[in-house]
Design a protein around this ligand. Sequence first.
Ligand SMILES: [Zn+2]
Length: 179
Amino acid sequence: MKAITIHQPWATLIALGEKKFETRGWKTNYRGPIAIHASKQLLYDHRLPKLSSTLWEHGFRKEDDFPLGFVLAIAELVDCRKVSDWLTNKGMPVLHGAEDDYYLDDKEYAFGDYTPGRYAWELINIKRIEPVPVKGKQGLWNWNYGTCINCKEDKELLPLDDVQGICEDCAQVMSDLAP
Ligand SMILES: [Zn+2]
């Protein structure tokens, strides 16, 4: 599965379903499932009132509340909308998509960097998962996550071949059993 590493608290905001656009200076042509990975960095600015109040409502109140270095959610990337210099009548930038335009509201606007020329990666079907510790990478990277062919649990996998994998626990048991 593709994955993207995002600084906190924005990764948590996505996992909570409060932020559906990840804003970046670059776009990708990839469309499909994407893992939302929280980086080891918390860039929390308490001066952003909308950010603080939304996180507070969800029980994220102190720095320790934010998982750092974990995959937090799985979503579907459906578009990379270009932030235009057109403004809505409320002064919000319009996002040009592949098929239509999107009109930002002030809450979403507060949760990203919508400088014209940047891209808003549109995420739908965001599902929060039990956080999985994973080392992040730059850009769009591959996270090998799926159903272990041995224990049948959904876990991070060590690849056996291009399509099948086995989890680290099962691989450990097998290597202990090996003569
Ligand atoms: Zn397993």
